[in-house]
Design a protein around this ligand. Sequence first.
Ligand SMILES: NC(=O)c1ccc[n+]([C@@H]2O[C@H](COP(=O)([O-])OP(=O)(O)OC[C@H]3O[C@@H](n4cnc5c(N)ncnc54)[C@H](O)[C@@H]3O)[C@@H](O)[C@H]2O)c1
Length: 278
Amino acid sequence: MGESTLQDKVIMMTGAGRGLGRAMALALAREGAKLSLIDIDGEELQAVAGEVQKIGGADTVIPLGADVCDPESSATAVHYTVKNFGRLDVLFNNAALGPQAVAPNPYKNPPKFWELDPFTFIRMVNVNTAGPQLMAAAAVPHMIQNSWGRVINITTALDAMCVPGMGAYGPSKAALEAQTAIMARDLDGTGVTANVLIPGGPANTRMIPDATGIPRDALIQPEEMQAPAVWLASEASDNYSGKRFIAGYWHQGIEKASAPCAWPQLGKQAILPETIQR
Ligand SMILES: NC(=O)c1ccc[n+]([C@@H]2O[C@H](COP(=O)([O-])OP(=O)(O)OC[C@H]3O[C@@H](n4cnc5c(N)ncnc54)[C@H](O)[C@@H]3O)[C@@H](O)[C@H]2O)c1
């Protein structure tokens, strides 16, 4: 990638206050993007906004405290971003609640699905699935208007979606994966693309607690998300939509790091009347 690949781009990053969101935001800032950073945790968000300011200057970042799954605050965040920067080009749906929201150590002591607190389950689906949908629905019309844009949804490894202990988290991410495939098809021909980006395994963020026993340096480091995030936000990825990209394989090339998102090969199993076109 050349210098300042994202010079004219306005990019929203949800869950930007720490972890993968912070790492991606800093890389996007280094490529010249203007950033609208969203998080429910205002204190951490301000700290990351300060780091971005040091990279790009005071007028290159707005931190917006918002809950992505609140219809009003997600729409207001998009509105305020467009009002402030005059446009919106890229949305990273990165904010999420992790598996430990359902139990203290779901990796070593996985709760059974019937033990899950019903309100926690619903909150997880709201944040992890409804949040990205609300953000994208508010953001995409501004992109279609410019005949260019990106929706990048952070899901998780396909096998992590159906492992015991991932009750709530797994289904919430599987739903977002399926929604990304629908987004890509709905956006076909608009100049806006929708893709999935994942680390590819457990990553070194607060989402993976020390209690898992995995040494921190054996985890995927947040910085590994940076190169694919910059590429996905740039014009270099124009011809890619409906794909999933694995950051941990990025250094092995796009062919190795990408696959169709969701499960298109399994979708062919439905028995449909001849009158219905896929
Ligand atoms: N860490 C991993 O091993 C891993 C693996 C696969 C996928 N992911 C995905 O990567 C993304 C980033 O996760 P992370 O590891 O950096 O986790 P993290 O917990 O460090 O960061 C998540 C961020 O989202 C914010 N957030 C949570 N709920 C929110 C809401 N309702 N509205 C706005 N912001 C909210 C949090 O405050 C936090 O800053 C998530 O989508 C996660 O599911 C992580």
